[in-house]
Design a protein around this ligand. Structure first.
Ligand code: SAH
Length: 456
């Protein structure tokens, strides 16, 4: 008996979640676990109108790009969805994804996408690790959420974490078990410990996210952590209180049980103070290359006013300040703006100003008050720029816009708007592999405008 749901197909490409894409008589089927270049036997398990999902029954002929995933939790975790694909192929997939998005969504038909800049190394690269805590007092689980759920799965190791983060996690788990500290129970909104998070720069900081303000045996925990053999000293241990029933990890209130709420981190010759609540790029091996590319594309001569929108702790602003007349940074998180202002002082940079608020709200009145940027850098979160901001930038008519993007779909959408409404062109794009083994892509692109507009 034949089953019309079973077919064989090559894997042609890779979807946003790392699934292989197969074709069954022209019908697109997404297959978890399949690698680009595999020849597979697949069973369609779910059909939608224009595409379906399939189960990988057999790899008939493995792709030359297929490798054994080095993580035992590869199938359970859902973080490193490309771990079964060799690194060179991952880089090619990312370049191709950027090209597809810019041509299909953005309509940039002649765009040139450069080779993806690799991360060296591409394992154990993360400077920040954040683990959810669950299970019960008798069976503490610390690790990751099972895909599309909030069930915490224990993790014994992680291929991309910082080795110090693992040492901290193991000590933390032992402390919870020894003193029977209750993990947070999301369904019942009971228990105590929600997350454990560490971030590494010149020193390491540890953040314990708790539902309750009081946690028992904190002194013991502090002593344990301070006695660990880590590659750097611990600079701070913070308790963050998140008593809300929410998916947001961090709460508003906190207190330190040791040291500071921030660490220092260095990128090239600039030292940054990074509050634990502020955004900071997670891959220190490519971040400097990414920022250097942004600086190169700005091609500053020293006479320019630069807007750095979505500036975080002033990372890119301070990178650019030495080459510009003035930099204006805008960022929505108050702690990050405080860091940005301090970072300017720390690095003796006097030509950088920072404003706190949503870029789309802060920029229009700034421009109205007479500020005019020659160069605008935007580095928005995944949802991209607000259209109000695109309009404010377009009407201000800077010579250059340097777009740093962590989501190429919104880069394509925003660049299209800037081209159609304001005449900005984009000739090439530079992908950076900030997130090896996942499908996430960081990308920098330069938008220029040769149309001369009378600014009213
Ligand atoms: N350029 C920085 C930060 C980039 S991440 C760096 O490379 O380190 C994006 C930043 O945008 C985050 O700091 C986030 O807090 C901020 N953000 C999010 N929405 C915003 C908005 N509407 N206006 C201004 N900043 C925003």
């Amino acid at each position: 008996m034949t089953n019309s749901n079973i077919f064989t197909s090559p894997i042609y490409s890779v979807s946003e979640d790392g699934s292989g894409i197969a074709k069954c008589d022209g019908y697109t089927v997404f297959v978890k676990g399949a690698v680009i270049g595999d020849e597979c036997k697949i069973e369609i398990t779910k059909r939608n109108k224009t595409y379906g999902f399939g189960k990988l029954l057999e790899v008939i002929k493995p792709s030359p790009s297929r490798v054994e995933p080095i993580c035992p939790q590869f199938h359970a975790c859902g973080g490193c969805t490309l771990l079964h694909t060799d690194y060179d192929t991952q880089l090619k997939i990312k370049r191709e994804t950027v090209l597809n998005a810019l041509t299909r969504i953005g309509g940039f038909e002649d765009i040139f996408v450069h080779d993806t800049t690799p991360s060296v190394p591409n394992f154990n690269y993360r400077n920040k690790s954040q683990y959810p805590v669950g299970g019960s007092v008798n069976d503490v689980k610390i690790g990751f959420y099972a895909p599309r759920s909030h069930n915490v799965v224990n993790s014994a190791s992680c291929a991309i974490e910082n080795p110090d983060a693992r040492i901290i996690l193991d000590a933390f788990r032992a402390w919870m078990e020894k003193y029977r500290i209750a993990p947070y129970n999301e369904a019942e909104h009971k228990g105590t410990i929600r997350h454990i998070y560490s971030r590494s720069g010149e020193s390491i900081m540890v953040v314990i996210v708790s539902r309750t303000r009081e946690i028992e045996q904190l002194d013991e925990l502090k002593n344990t952590l301070l006695n660990l053999k880590l590659s750097k000293p611990i600079g701070g241990i913070v308790v963050n209180i998140n008593s809300q029933k929410t998916n947001t990890i961090l709460g508003k209130y906190d207190y330190t049980i040791y040291g500071e709420k921030f660490i220092y981190a260095k990128i090239e010759e600039i030292t940054y103070k990074v509050n634990y609540k502020s955004f900071f790029q997670v891959n220190p091996y490519t971040t400097n290359l990414l920022y250097k590319k942004a600086l190169e594309l700005c091609a500053l001569t020293g006479s320019e006013t630069v807007f750095d929108l979505y500036c975080g702790i002033g990372t890119i602003s301070l990178f650019l300040a030495k080459g510009a007349k003035k930099v204006i940074g805008v960022e929505i998180v108050p702690e990050a703006i405080e860091d940005a202002r301090e970072n300017a002082k720390l690095n003796n940079i006097e030509n950088a100003e920072f404003y706190c608020g949503a870029a789309e709200d802060v920029c229009p009145p700034l421009i109205k008050a007479g500020e005019k940027a020659d160069v605008v850098v935007v580095d928005p979160p995944r949802k991209g720029c607000d259209e109000k901001l695109i309009d404010a930038i377009g009407k201000m008519h800077p010579d250059k816009i340097v777009y740093v993007s962590c989501n190429v779909a919104t880069l394509a959408r925003d660049a299209k708007l800037l081209r159609e409404k304001y005449g900005y062109e984009m000739k090439d794009a530079f992908p950076f592999d900030q997130f090896p083994h996942s499908t996430h892509i960081e990308c920098v692109a330069l938008l220029t405008n040769s149309i001369c507009v009378e600014v009213i």
